[in-house]
Structures are given as structure tokens and as C-alpha cells.
Design a protein around this ligand. Structure first.
Ligand SMILES: [Zn+2]
Length: 464
């Protein structure tokens, strides 16, 4: 099987070039000017950008939450990702209390196998350090799961104490893993939630008001101090506020081993959305919450200055009807999470490239290259290079796209960016050399997605 992409503008994190790409089997075999081969399938990419497929390192597919499950499974979620130009995801498996990580990994393998349409890896959420943690973690790393997430929020279910985080950082660091942290002060928030409910403040906006930026910033500060103590790399997921960003900036300035991720919802949505009438605000209930408008610009600046390294989605879809409604009389019962796996490249292109905040190269870097590097997938994923997997998106910068629940492919009954207009759209998506999306039509198949064993953390954190 061979495929030739001709006449396109190849955009990687480092360069822009006008070359042809030959794909043989599932890999890129040649990148040269004017490749001519008779009798093979050809894609004419004249006037289009040819970019490495997106890498979304923060998703929750088929994830149980109380009595419900996030609406996208590995079939619908990975297909929607592909329609949006994402060809690799790393999803969060959860080791519940009383369970070994190996058991959790098997459960998540069963969820994905035979369903995923694009390649996928797993992080492991750790809710307790068992006596066997050192051994179990080594085993995870052998299995290709090289990053581990802990929570400073959600007391009583996911939250762990600082001593546990410190131990996890030390052990993970020793074996070459990466710790991801959900940094919000769970105890402080819990108190605020109880107070709000006791005062009869039950509407969705109190989800945001009981989790002010200070509760995020203080947790980020504690987390960075722990990483410094353990001398182990730390990745802060979904940074949402200028306050938290400032902590990361200071950590980076001191050359501490900290990395930051943000998500489109913090760049495009605000407290105005969660304050919408008729319970509509529930559509925007996720954690950390939406912030006041002025945080958005500061986060964009963080992306420009390298204080933030990655844009991922935290895709965790729940329907408005039936799921979000559980919290009609109590904002604390609204299922936390929002959909976005399909919209990330589009939103970053519009708000970043079209709005002239970031370059084309930085766009590719944020949505593909850097996440692949940080999470041990580079150069197999995240770039266009000879020998890399042929995960490629043909992007038309002149094509209109309008985001809407009526046309999106995510299995959820609303879109957080409903009506947003984008100049630029996906035209063709290849996963390991196979066309899976073409002109808005699905051409992929189940079982195509492979599990990715990831390398140890080896990203050079350069804070200069
Ligand atoms: Zn998440």
C-alpha cells in the first residue's frame, strides 16, 4: 500500500516547506520535492496545510461517574476526534481504591479494544498508594503506561494527601514516569460548597463561585513545591486561571520541572456561560470551572510565552437532558465534564492562528508535537518526518466551518461552542497511512486503533 500527498504546504512545529510526502504501508517513507510515482493513490493538497495529526492527551471516554458513564465510548469518541483532526488520544484509566493498577489497566483495555478508530494510550489515575506501588508502577511502565495522575480535589473519592503525592512523585521520578496533577484545593472547595448550599445557592454558577481561582493557585503552588522536593517532573492538567498560571510561571523561572496544560474551554468560555438562564449553565460545569473573562487573555499569553505547554480537551461528555439535569436542585450534583474532543484544532486555529496570537508552527506544536514529546510518543507521533507514523491531516485554511451539535460527531446533545465560526477546516485525515476522514465522510473502521506503549518521560524541560 502506497499513497502520495502532492503539492501541499507541510507545517511542523519547526518548519514550513513545500514538499511531497510518500507513505508506504503505515509510515512516511519519503519527503521530497516533486515525487512522481505512477499508479499509486494520490492526494492533491494544493493550497492546503499538511500537518501531523492532533494528539489529545486528556480524555475520559466510557468513564463511570456515580450511576452514569461519559457518553462517548472508544468508538464514538475516537471517531469524533478524527473528524476534528486528532489521530491519537491518551485516555485516563482509573485505579479505584482496593484495586491494583494492573486490574484497572485491563478494564480500560477491554473498553478500547476493537472499538478505537485511532491510536490510543493510557495514563493511570492513582487513588491510593498500595504497598506494592513501586512494583506496580514498574509494571505499568513495562506495559507502556508511563504517566500517573493524582487529585488534590474531590475529597472522599479521588483526593489524596500531600504525603501521598510526594511519595508518588519520588517513586515515579525514580522509574522515569511523569506525574500529572489535578490541582485544586479540595477541602477548601468542599467547605465553600456546603456554605453555598446551606444558603440556598443551588444554581450552576455556584459551581464556579465555590471554586475561585485562589483554590487552584494554592494547590498549584503546593504541587510545585512537592515536585521540587522530590526532584521529579510534574505536569499540571487543565490550568484555568491567571492565578494558577502565575504559580507555574514562577516555578519555571526557578527552573523547577513543571509543565502546564490548558484546554479550549478556558480560552473560549467564561463565567457568563455558566450563568445562562434555565439551567443552561449546567452545560458548562466542569472542573476547574470557567473563570471571569480576563483570564482568557492571560492564558493565551501563557501559550505564547511557553509557560503553558499543551492544549488538550479534558473531553468528558454528559448529556444536558438526563445527565446534567441530575443537579437541577443542587449544583454540586451536576456531573462534572464537558465535550470538546472534536473541536480542539479548529478552536486553536481560529483563536490562535487567525487571530494572530500564535504562529502556524506553534499551533502544530501545542496540539500535536509537544504533547507527543512530553508523553513519550515522539517521533512516532506528533511530526511529519521519514519513519514517523503516517498520521496526517490535510487542513484547508480557506474552508468555513461552523461548530454545532447538529453536525458534530460527539455522542452528546449539546456543544459548548455552538455557533462558533472557524475559517479553516479538516478535509482529509490519515491514521497510519489509511484515509479515515475525507470531505466530512467517515472512511475509517473499528479495530483500526492500536494501543500505544509509550516511552519514559524524556522531555527536555527548557525554561529559557
Ligand atoms: Zn480530566
Amino acid at each position: 500500500m502506497a499513497l502520495l500527498i502532492k503539492n501541499g504546504t507541510i507545517v511542523t512545529a519547526e518548519s514550513i516547506s513545500h514538499k511531497d510526502i510518500l507513505i508506504e504501508e503505515d509510515k512516511i517513507s519519503r519527503i521530497e520535492s516533486n515525487i512522481f510515482i505512477d499508479g499509486i493513490e494520490m492526494i492533491d493538497a494544493e493550497g492546503k496545510y499538511v500537518i501531523p495529526g492532533g494528539v489529545d492527551v486528556h480524555t475520559h471516554l466510557d468513564m463511570p461517574l456515580g450511576n452514569i458513564v461519559s457518553r462517548d465510548d472508544f468508538e464514538t469518541g475516537t471517531r469524533a476526534a478524527a473528524f476534528g483532526g486528532t489521530t491519537t488520544i491518551i485516555d485516563y484509566a482509573t485505579q479505584s481504591r482496593g484495586m491494583r493498577m494492573q486490574e484497572a489497566l485491563e478494564i480500560w483495555h477491554r473498553k478500547a479494544a476493537g472499538k478505537a478508530c485511532i491510536d490510543y494510550g493510557f495514563h493511570m489515575i492513582v487513588t491510593e498508594l498500595r504497598n506494592s506501588f513501586d512494583e506496580d508502577l514498574k509494571e505499568m511502565i513495562r506495559e507502556g503506561v508511563t504517566s500517573f495522575k493524582l487529585f488534590m480535589a474531590y475529597p472522599g473519592s479521588l483526593m489524596v494527601d500531600d504525603e501521598t503525592i510526594l511519595q508518588a512523585l519520588k517513586i515515579s521520578g525514580k522509574h522515569g514516569g511523569l506525574i500529572c496533577l489535578h490541582a485544586e484545593d479540595g477541602n477548601d472547595i468542599d467547605m465553600r460548597v456546603k456554605l453555598a448550599l446551606a444558603s440556598g445557592n443551588i444554581s450552576p454558577k455556584y459551581h464556579a463561585l465555590t471554586r475561585p481561582p485562589s483554590t487552584e493557585a494554592i494547590a498549584v503552588r503546593r504541587a510545585i513545591a512537592l515536585a521540587a522536593k522530590a526532584n521529579a517532573p510534574l505536569y499540571i492538567v487543565h490550568v484555568s486561571s491567571s492565578d494558577a498560571l502565575k504559580e507555574i510561571e514562577q516555578g519555571k523561572r526557578k527552573n523547577l520541572p513543571v509543565l502546564g496544560e490548558t484546554c479550549p474551554q478556558y480560552l473560549f468560555l467564561s463565567i457568563d456561560d455558566i450563568d445562562k438562564p434555565n439551567f443552561e449553565g449546567a452545560k458548562y460545569v466542569f472542573t476547574p470551572p470557567v473563570r471571569e473573562h480576563d483570564h482568557q487573555d492571560v492564558l493565551w499569553k501563557g501559550l505564547i510565552s511557553n509557560t503553558l505547554d499543551v492544549v488538550a480537551t479534558d473531553h468528558c461528555p454528559f448529556n444536558f437532558i438526563g445527565d446534567k439535569e441530575i443537579g437541577r436542585e443542587n449544583f454540586a450534583k451536576i456531573p462534572n465534564g464537558g465535550p470538546g474532543i472534536e473541536n480542539r484544532l479548529h478552536l486553536l486555529f481560529e483563536g490562535g492562528v487567525n487571530e494572530k496570537r500564535i504562529s502556524l508552527n506553534r499551533w502544530v506544536d501545542l496540539v500535536s508535537t509537544r504533547p507527543a514529546k512530553i508523553f513519550g510518543l515522539f517521533p512516532r507521533k506528533g511530526t511529519i518526518a521519514v519513519g514517523s507514523d503516517a498520521d496526517i491531516v490535510i487542513w484547508d485554511p480557506t474552508k468555513d466551518h461552523r461548530i454545532s451539535a447538529s453536525t458534530h460527531h460527539m455522542r452528546v446533545d449539546y456543544n459548548m461552542y455552538e455557533g462558533t465560526k472557524i475559517m479553516g477546516d479538516v478535509t482529509i485525515v490519515l491514521s497510519r497511512g489509511k484515509i479515515i476522514v475525507q470531505e466530512g465522510k467517515w472512511r475509517g473502521s473499528l479495530k483500526h486503533g492500536n494501543f500505544l506503549t509509550r516511552d519514559l518521560f524524556g522531555f527536555q524541560i527548557n525554561h529559557s
